[in-house]
Design a protein around this ligand. Structure first.
Ligand code: EPU
Length: 423
């Protein structure tokens, strides 16, 4: 029986939660270790299913990995790397596409399974492939694998059609070992790109402009292993802030970078919640009831798509009607029907969700269709009257370390069980 959460709604969350290291950075930093043989050390690495999946991939390619402490990881990258990533590990996590760039850069070859379907809708990889081709690689696709070959990689100018987070990372990790200078225009500005650039620079790479839409990378022949601390997880932190606001609680998330969550704080404020920030903390004091507000997701620095399900959950009990627009992924609404089963008045129209605030949600048996949807359903369950049983929480474990433990310390009634059946 897969794990489930049993959640008793109604508690106001009060207290402090410390943000962990960012999944969407840690997984890419692990891929980047393949760029330099020797012993790397990463700290603040979150213990998550997605991190374990990436460790499987890099171990398969020849790396040795050792947990040195709860969140400290050593990766020993070999002189000779394998070139093929296993389907079994890659299918678990799309981020494993991140090894494509480092493998091409190190060995001139890579054979990676195509990532396949995803429950957020269509997820293209054309921008990764076009970027590699511009740098001089040849890409073929057959039998469910993409193969890349490159005798010479040469720096060039690449203008992305869309500021793809993943494609920007793939190009950066290839360009650091290409000959000459690469300029990425319309690059992703997500904070995780800056973290990856910071790590690559620590390894000896020459990169500037990270965090802006134009990144310049000058290739070097030698990169060396490095020690690096993973940035705080703004999406995990944002999730807990939504939980604090939604339960009319008083919650502080510490050890984060508040600028990463500016749009989120603005939206919580617009919804009537009180938000205060210091240099490394954000405190939210939830109103009795949220005001309605429209939310539209955009690439960073816009409102993050990953927190869209959290916004929908919060707004289900708002005073009024809200329109939430998803502009990044075409299938990120699979949780909406689950919210409706809890009594929410929500429906989708194309890439919009129309949320009419109701007085109350009620606990129900539901399931977590994907990571952030699962987190949003936890928040809905915390707001609801009665008991919710949320199944498939392994999807939540992909991106949240010990969510039930952290929420319990701030007053939530939530426990993990493996014994529930169909209610
Ligand atoms: N896209 C293409 N072609 C490409 C690349 C992307 O069409 O070659 C499209 C995708 O289909 C999608 C959109 O562009 O519709 C956004 O993709 P992007 O490449 O920007 O995102 P990603 O690298 O696939 C990462 C995070 C996501 C996060 C987004 C946006 C990881 C592992 N994933 O995805 O996080 O939502 O950036 O910030 O870093 C999650 O944590 O659960 C998650 C999905």
């Amino acid at each position: 029986m897969p794990d489930a959460f049993v959640i008793e709604g109604g508690a106001e969350l009060r207290g402090t939660i410390e943000a962990g290291g960012a999944k969407n950075s840690a997984t890419k930093l692990l891929a980047a270790t393949l760029l330099a043989p020797g012993l790397h050390r990463l700290t603040r690495v979150p213990r998550l299913a997605d991190v374990e999946a990436m460790l499987d991939v890099i171990r398969h390619l020849g790396a040795k990995t050792t947990w040195m402490g709860p969140n400290v990881l050593e990766v020993d990258c070999p002189d000779e790397l394998g070139i093929e990533a296993p389907y079994a590990a890659v299918r678990k996590m799309r981020a494993s596409t991140a090894v494509l760039g480092p493998l091409v850069a190190r060995t001139g070859r890579a054979r990676i399974p195509l990532p396949g379907g995803c429950n957020l809708g269509h997820r293209g990889i054309d921008l990764h492939q076009k970027g590699l081709e511009r740098l001089g690689a040849k890409i073929t696709v057959a039998h469910g694998f993409q193969e890349a070959y490159a005798d010479d990689l040469k720096g060039c100018e690449i203008e992305l059609d869309y500021p793809s987070h993943g494609a920007t990372e793939t190009i950066m990790m290839t360009a650091v070992r290409s000959d000459g200078t690469t300029v990425i225009r319309n690059a992703s500005r997500e904070p995780e790109i800056e973290d990856l650039a910071g790590y690559l620079i620590r390894m000896g790479a020459r990169i500037s402009g990270q965090g802006s839409s134009e990144i310049e990378i000058t290739g070097v022949t030698d990169l060396r292993p490095a020690t690096f601390e993973v940035m705080p997880d703004r999406l995990e932190a944002g999730t807990y802030l939504f939980a604090g606001a939604a339960t009319s609680g008083d919650l502080t998330v510490t050890n984060l970078v508040p600028q990463h969550l500016e749009r989120v704080c603005e939206k919580l404020t617009e919804c009537g919640h009180e938000v205060k920030t210091t240099a490394t903390e954000i405190r939210v004091r939830g109103a009795r009831r949220s005001k309605a507000a429209d939310v539209s997701t955009l690439p960073y620095p816009g409102f993050p798509t990953d927190l869209q399900p959290l916004a929908v959950a919060l707004l289900t009990r708002a005073d009024g009607t809200s329109i939430v627009t998803e502009n990044i992924f075409d299938g990120r609404f699979m949780f909406v029907d689950e919210l409706a089963r809890m009594g929410a008045d929500v429906h989708t129209e194309g890439h919009y969700v129309v949320v009419k605030g109701t007085d109350e949600l009620t606990g129900a048996p539901i399931n977590a269709p994907d990571l952030r949807a699962g987190a949003a359903l936890v928040v809905a369950a915390l707001m609801a009257r009665g008991t919710t049983i949320l199944e498939d929480v392994l999807n939540v474990d992909r991106g949240y370390e010990n969510m039930e433990g952290r929420l319990t310390t701030v007053g939530a009634s939530i426990r993990r069980t493996t014994t529930v059946g169909v209610m």
